[in-house]
Design a protein around this ligand. Structure first.
Ligand code: FES
Length: 266
């Protein structure tokens, strides 16, 4: 039986009936994500200029071991092998990084942008078989729900960093309450990360999505509705929080290097 040539029919790599500039989106995603990974890797290995006064870069928080006053457990352990690069960021960054890497939205974005699998919706992909995410290695993406728990802990820690960013050293050796532009930058970062994390698909399922009748559990229903509300913008929060966390690191870094001046508002 003859049938219309629907866009979803199997096609050769890059072939499509789409008339729009379908390649723009994956190119933009590739450029932004690759730039972010390059910047974050450089910043993580730098092991310097990550704290300024009461501010701590989110790339280095929590600072478990390190040379700044923010370190929880003091300086780098003496037993640290000389051949192993050390940076406080390298100890903790894999957790938020894997939370993003396994995010349902980002998966859809970087499968297209980095693997061209497919290059975009209804565009021919480079291979003929499709195994989805139900077999190794992509089945490992299911760990996302566990990285969610870690991300929630990180969110709490970053929120406590904002509180600490309100206490500035005084000449007498004490501290006083204040708000600087850096405080606002760190606070905005937490808001954006919060909107991204609390709208996570896994969290939405966890708080109420698995219930047959959420209406019979008002508190769960309210949490589900909040997560659903944030989830509607999940893609936007994903990008805005990515820029937010990078800018927060850049802000602290440039202030610590003496290139930018942190203005006190209060
Ligand atoms: Fe994107 Fe969980 S689905 S953060």
């Amino acid at each position: 039986m003859a049938h219309a040539p629907l866009p979803l029919l199997r096609r050769g790599f890059g072939e499509t009936m789409r008339r729009d500039a379908w390649w723009v989106q994956p190119v933009v995603v590739f450029t932004i994500l690759a730039s972010f990974v390059a910047y974050a890797t450089w910043a993580a290995f730098q092991n310097a200029y990550y704290a300024h006064g009461p501010y701590l870069s989110p790339f280095y928080s929590p600072e478990l071991f390190g040379s700044s006053p923010h370190a929880w457990l003091g300086p780098k352990p003496a037993a640290w092998p000389a051949w192993l690069p050390f940076s406080p960021a390298l100890l903790i960054l894999p957790f938020p990084a894997l939370f993003r890497f396994t995010c349902y939205y980002y998966r859809g974005a970087y499968y297209k942008a980095f693997w061209a699998d497919p290059p975009n919706c209804a565009v021919g992909e480079p291979r003929t078989g499709y195994r989805g995410e139900r077999s190794f290695p992509l089945v490992l993406q299911n760990v996302h729900r566990y990285f969610l728990y870690v991300a929630l802990v990180f969110l709490g820690i970053l929120a406590s960093d904002v509180w600490k960013a309100m206490w500035f050293a005084t000449p007498g050796g004490g501290t006083e309450f204040g708000i600087g532009v850096g405080t606002l930058v760190l606070a905005l970062n937490v808001v954006l990360l919060g909107c991204y994390t609390l709208g996570c698909h896994s969290l939405r399922h966890l708080v109420g999505g698995h219930l047959d009748e959420p209406s019979r559990r008002p508190a769960r229903k309210a949490a589900y509705d909040c997560a659903s509300c944030l989830n509607r913008w999940h893609m936007r929060w994903a990008w805005m929080s990515l820029f937010g966390v990078m800018f927060a690191d850049l802000y602290v870094r440039l202030c610590a290097m003496g290139i930018w001046t942190d203005w006190r508002i209060v």
